[in-house]
Design a protein around this ligand. Sequence first.
Ligand code: Z5A
Length: 215
Amino acid sequence: MTHSPRGRFITVEGQDGAGKTTNLSVIRDTLEQSSIQVVQTREPGGTPCGEALRELVLNRRDLDIAPTTELLTIFAARAQHILQVIEPALKSGRWVLCDRFTDATYAYQGGGRGISLDTIAVLEAMVQGTLQPDLTLLFDVDIDTGDARARQRSEADRFESEQHAFKRAVRAQYLALAQRNPQRIKVIDAAQPLEQVVHAVRSQVKAFLGTVVDE
Ligand code: Z5A
């Protein structure tokens, strides 16, 4: 019996307003031009249960959600997402393109909220097992530029309303993750004009495609 080769898992990360959403379609188009079937999804969310949890975590300012509750809620949404969407897609040979994943937890709940990275690692192992992204594009931009762009777009959520110090800690944690994982995490200078960012994104995706060998 023949079976499809396992798909690949690509994630995009970055601070608010860095340009992730804008560039998801660039990544997707580049993959589809190589005849790759892509499942595009996001975190927190990606399933009906996960989207309900997303609404809670992003928008329920009235609930005074504690950092540990926030962390567990995000991993609860992730567990559902892996089970119902990510693993089935990868097993069937489709590629998964996900707007944020566990690097965001290290950056926001670890860097931003100050939860220990070891605690996050315990939940990561429990929920993900060995699942890790194959490629992560980290859109890095200074905080003022990111804030200005995010303001153009929509009303601030619980994270976008945080203070400058929180956002600085998030960015620092993202950059530390990239330094520790240079093979997987590719940093895109997202402060550049969009045309140059798009060029950098296409180059990274094509370079990754060049490394992929079917199993
Ligand atoms: N969160 C968490 O805390 N822990 C976790 O584990 C996970 C998530 C998974 C989800 O937000 C929130 O959940 C997130 C962290 C938390 N916090 N926040 N905030 P999200 O990812 O769904 O939403 P977001 O971060 O606010 O991202 P976004 O809406 O996807 O924005 P973006 O992707 O970074 O930016 P954009 O929409 O592509 O661009 C913003 C504007 O800038 C838009 O008008 C663009 O046209 C413009 N733009 C983009 N690039 C450029 C360039 N290069 N030049 C000029 N203008 C540009």
